[in-house]
Design a protein around this ligand. Structure first.
Ligand code: NAD
Ligand code: TYD
Length: 347
């Protein structure tokens, strides 16, 4: 008998990219546990992503994490024992256009989940955060004790959520752990981030906007490795502790674009170097150590280049998933508003 066999895990943001992979992992590893997917279905959440997962044991509740009545109602009705929160506004470029919505979800929403954790004596709450809260580092690597120095409205909001979790643990003993993941890639990623956006555009033969000189560095981790790390923290993480989840796999953006061009069979002409739309807020490099999570028994397993190619193949084979998404006004309006002045006729 495993401790999660009788658990009811509320996965907030479970209809999004990483959250849906986490629900798949839970359903596969612990078929006797119950999962409640709690998701607002913003532009980034899609029922098509989780439709095949829904069952008597995996149910769906639509709601916003910043709305205590809906959160508490879902916990009471389903006798929730654990919470893992993926729900967030998650895209840096959108946070340049509309920073306020990020504060409502990424800060206030975390506060509401902390309060609910206390009220309903939830056994463990894992708050999923990002390495971006540390800011940019030219040399060396951040660890969990590094100061948080976020540079974008997105990363500042995530840092606000992390600090709510910390303060609730210190003040009220809330059993909350925070995870900070590197940049994720894999199937079902909304087509707005570097790899998903470029894959979908290149597969259509459209130009892709590379910001600045393309030498920015991110520490990339496959979504499956990230989810296994989050599960490890859910099972073994010490409350009040932060856990970095990275792969020590650093790549420049332009190196990734090269793989994407090869795998889609396109050439350099489709890469349009544009003036950096993030300006001062474009972090040069993300890098961190993940020794603390490794000490819990986790280690990344996926090979970057193989999995980037597999991700492109997935987008090639699963147009049913992304074609309806990119046809929606909410997608097209963002692409026009953010890239219109840079891509012009190539939009
Ligand atoms: P995503 O944008 O694909 O999905 C977010 C999900 O949350 C969507 O299903 C959306 O409908 C839901 N949501 C948004 N606001 C909500 C609200 N107020 N209430 C309830 N649901 C809401 O995001 P993702 O890429 O899967 O990221 C998941 C989490 O992981 C985020 O917290 C993000 O900060 C963090 N993270 C992401 C990455 C990455 O590279 N994508 C890396 C590290 C950490
Ligand atoms: P992104 O995938 O948005 O993740 P994050 O901002 O969280 O790191 O961006 C990854 C890198 O790719 C970042 O340096 C910005 C760059 N980028 C582009 O050059 N063009 C694009 O269209 C996008 C979305 C990102």
């Amino acid at each position: 008998m495993h401790e999660l066999d009788n658990a009811v895990v509320m996965v907030c943001g479970g209809a999004g990219f990483i959250g849906s992979h986490f629900v798949r992992l839970l359903a596969e590893k612990y078929p006797r546990s119950k999962v409640v997917i709690f998701d607002a279905l913003t532009y980034a959440g899609n029922l098509s992503t989780i439709q095949d997962l829904l069952s008597e044991r995996v149910t769906f509740v639509q709601g916003k994490i910043q709305d205590p009545a809906t959160v508490n109602g879902a916990i009471e009705a389903n006798h929730v024992t654990h919470i893992v929160n993926f729900a967030a506004e998650s895209h840096n470029d959108r946070s340049i256009l509309d920073p306020g919505s990020f504060i409502h979800t990424d800060v206030f929403g975390v506060f509401v989940l902390c309060e609910a954790t206390n009220k309903y004596k939830i056994a463990k709450y894992v708050q999923v955060s990002t390495d971006e809260v540390y800011g940019s580092i030219d040399q060396g690597r951040f660890n969990e004790d590094s100061p948080i120095m976020p540079n974008t409205p997105y990363s500042a909001s995530k840092a606000g959520g992390d600090l709510q979790a910390r303060a609730h643990h210190i003040t009220f003993g809330t059993p909350v752990c925070v995870t900070r993941g590197g940049n994720n890639y894999g199937p079902y990623q909304y087509p707005e981030k570097l790899i998903s956006f470029f894959a979908v555009r290149l597969l259509q033969g459209k130009k892709v906007p590379l910001y600045g000189d393309g030498t920015q560095v991110r520490e990339w981790i496959h979504v499956a490795d990230h989810c296994r790390g989050i599960l490890t923290v859910l099972l073994s993480g010490v409350p009040g502790t932060v856990y970095n989840i990275g792969d020590e796999n650093e790549r420049q953006n332009k190196q990734i674009v090269r793989i994407l061009l090869e795998e889609t069979g396109q050439n350099d002409e489709l890469v349009k170097r544009i003036e950096d739309p993030r300006k001062g807020a474009h972090d040069k490099r993300y890098s961190m150590t993940s020794d603390r999570t490794r000490a819990l028994g986790w280690k990344p397993q996926e090979d970057f280049e193989t999995q980037v190619r597999n991700t492109v193949k997935w987008y090639r084979d699963n147009e049913w998933w992304w074609q309806p998404i990119i046809a929606l006004p909410v997608y097209q309006d963002f692409v026009k508003a953010f890239y219109g002045r840079y891509l012009g006729e190539d939009l």
